[in-house]
Design a protein around this ligand. Structure first.
Ligand code: ADP
Ligand code: ADP
Length: 225
């Protein structure tokens, strides 16, 4: 099943063409990576998918419905950014529960959902800690848990691991793959790191100058015959 599709999606900033008539189909449960150098349009594509940015032309469908102009919270999409921006004065559990709290969900349900998503990222015991007591990798897991707490059917990740050192990064790659397997979520992962794209994804879309110039499985794209 097609989960998400972009048709002829473009975004202009004055003379700059950030996205240039992108066509993309993402399948339900797929792990897709957008790979490309800085300035190639990866972030702009993610932003138009989650609704933080509106395309100048083209169409975006999610679950067969036109979402080109709908508000972000109507799209069922979770986002994890590179700078995970946790609130320093709130505990880990409060950080994760915050978006639910804002929506007026009851305390008991919040506690349950926060507990579940902490378990999923392997931080079941850290709920009462504060962000600055955690390592960078653990903080990134909290950001992931805060995203998972909504049960999003699509998760967008914009270079979420690039602030981590190599060892933590590899550990988090395994973690993200496990979460993908266990939750069956559709994941779109942005990186400029080819090695990371190869390690993680089922399919890679190579971006350049606002276009997807090549797409395929890691072995289709990078195995030398
Ligand atoms: P990437 O994520 O691959 O680094 P971006 O999507 O951030 O690429 O940027 C694509 C192009 O669009 C770049 O040339 C960038 O400078 C330009 N761009 C992105 N956002 C804006 C903006 N808000 N205003 C003007 N130009 C922008
Ligand atoms: P990335 O780390 O993915 O390359 P950027 O650093 O390019 O992302 O962009 C970070 C933010 O700055 C985004 O919100 C983007 O829209 C904005 N931005 C990027 N390029 C420009 C630009 N040339 N002018 C104004 N804003 C920009």
């Amino acid at each position: 099943t097609i989960k998400l599709s972009a048709r002829d999606l473009s975004r202009y900033y004055g003379e700059t063409v950030a996205l240039d008539r992108v066509d993309l189909d993402v399948h339900e449960g797929e792990f897709l990576t957008l790979l490309g150098p800085s300035g190639s349009g990866k972030t702009t594509l993610l932003q138009t998918i989650c609704g933080l940015n509106l395309p100048s032309r083209g169409q975006l469908m999610i679950d067969g419905t036109d979402h080109t102009h709908t508000r972000p919270e109507k799209r069922g999409i979770g986002v994890v950014f590179q700078n995970y921006a946790l609130f320093p004065h709130l505990t880990v559990a409060e950080n994760i529960g915050y978006p639910l709290n804002v929506r007026g969900i009851g305390a008991r349900e919040i506690a349950q959902r926060v507990g579940r998503s902490l378990e999923t990222v392997g931080l079941g015991h850290a709920g009462n800690r504060f962000p600055n007591e955690l390592s960078g990798g653990q903080q990134q897991r909290v950001a992931l848990a805060r995203c998972l707490v909504y049960d999003p059917s699509i998760i967008l990740m914009d270079e979420p691991l690039s602030a981590l050192d190599r060892k933590l990064r590899e550990q988090m790659q395994m973690e993200i793959k496990r979460i993908h397997r266990e939750t069956d979520t559709t994941i779109i992962f942005v990186t400029h790191d080819q090695e990371e794209a190869l390690a993680l994804s089922e399919r890679i879309c190579l971006m350049r100058d606002g276009r997807i110039v090549q797409a395929g499985t890691p072995s289709e794209m990078y195995d030398t015959p």
